[in-house]
Design a protein around this ligand. Structure first.
Ligand code: G6P
Length: 372
């Protein structure tokens, strides 16, 4: 009903607007003056100190959250992290030892593919941790430990606020792990928590300043046959997620690519007028990565692509080559994905409604897939 949507045109619009709170609420009670301490993980220090590998299992948007989280968890806690689609995991004869921690990510906590991956991991001697948005769901009940995301109930089939909450939970987990393992000092942990706590206000700012522009872009692109997304490092899974959202909601062929892979194939797809979204990493994070992505933009622009850059405020290097620039506030590199995904979610939603489609209930999809 209209009341349930709180005055928004769709649950998805409402849930996108709730993203600042989804991040904030997931941090509540877990950050104390720059120290990350997750109550649900008390008693696991001995396990965390000895694990030598983390395998993330998830499907759909949750798997992309895992791919984003991998970079920071590896950097902070110095444990190799592998991300596996849950339905591939148990058919691949995975290497599991008592030093393997399997982290499942699921909004619903009921996805059958992910549940079966967790059960398989436990049966083969791994410890299992669930990152879940639904209290008391099956996956957390089947796991050794759970870190709940506090995004609140998500109704729209396409996941939005749960995704940012999942990345937030992974980052908190990574910082908790780094403290226990002694791989980051207290100042470094405090600096990262400060960045994380600044994210909600930055998401709010994007929603306030960029939404109208993104809606305009969605309207002129409503007849596109295909839309491409490029990103690098943490921006790569964001490109994949941007493409997934568009397939799910607007039924447009969309693909995400690692920007560096362009020259190894995807550049052949570029023809005049082809819309390409490019997630541009901050030049303050890595000058090299930034200039490589700017070169990618030049290369596709020279072949006629219509480039929509998502770049931090003040990044003028993109201006000569991008047709459109969507601005995100300054953030440390690991935190850019939590910002860059917002306009891509809004874009898919606006394009869906521009085509007159049902934003909350796309055809052929279910919110939670409880069959294998
Ligand atoms: C379904 C939904 C997706 C979701 C995926 C995983 O396919 O349509 O939006 O990302 O399931 O769901 P989960 O509840 O496990 O996060």
């Amino acid at each position: 009903s209209a009341a349930e949507k709180g005055g928004w045109s769709s649950f998805m619009a409402k849930e996108i607007n709730e993203e600042p709170e989804a991040v904030l609420n997931t941090t509540l009670g877990r950050v104390h003056e720059g120290v990350v301490d997750i109550d649900e993980l008390a008693g696991l220090d001995e396990l965390f100190a000895r694990i030598d590998r983390i395998v993330v299992v998830a499907s759909g948007t949750a798997a992309y959250a895992g791919q984003v989280g991998k970079y920071a968890v590896e950097r902070w806690a110095r444990v190799p992290v592998e991300v596996q689609l849950s339905h591939e995991f148990r058919y691949s004869d995975p290497i599991i030892t008592p030093e393997t921690l399997v982290v499942s990510i699921s909004q619903s906590g009921e996805t059958m593919d992910t549940l079966l991956a967790v059960k398989y991991a436990a049966e083969h001697g791994a410890k299992t941790l669930s990152i879940c948005n639904t209290q008391g769901a099956t996956i957390p009940r089947e796991s050794d430990a759970v870190v709940y995301t506090h995004a609140g109930p998500e109704v729209a089939v396409a996941s939005t606020k749960a995704f940012v909450a999942q990345i937030t939970a992974l980052y908190l987990f990574g910082l908790h792990l780094a403290r226990v393992r002694g791989t980051l000092d207290a100042d470094a942990i405090a600096a990262q928590t400060e960045e994380l706590l600044a994210v909600p206000a930055k998401i709010r700012q994007i929603l306030e300043t960029e939404t109208a522009e993104v809606a305009r872009l969605a309207h002129w692109m409503a007849d596109s046959r295909a839309i491409l997304f490029l990103g690098r490092h943490v921006g790569y899974p964001i490109a994949l997620e941007g493409a997934l959202k568009l397939k799910e909601l607007a039924y447009i062929h969309a693909e995400g690519f690692a920007a560096g892979e362009l020259k190894h194939g995807p550049i052949a797809l570029i023809e005049p007028g082809q819309p390409v979204f490019v997630v541009v990493p901050s030049p303050r994070g890595s000058e090299t990565m930034h200039s490589k992505v700017v070169s990618n933009i030049q290369e596709i622009r020279a072949r006629g692509a219509r480039v929509i850059a998502i770049a931090e405020t003040g990044d003028v290097a993109v201006l000569p080559f991008a047709d459109e620039v969507i601005r995100i506030p300054l953030a440390a590199p690991f935190f850019e994905p939590l910002l860059a995904v917002i306009p891509l979610q809004v874009f898919a939603m606006e394009l869906s409604s521009a085509k007159g489609l049902d934003v909350d209930q796309p055809r052929n999809l279910a919110k939670s897939v409880t069959v294998e």
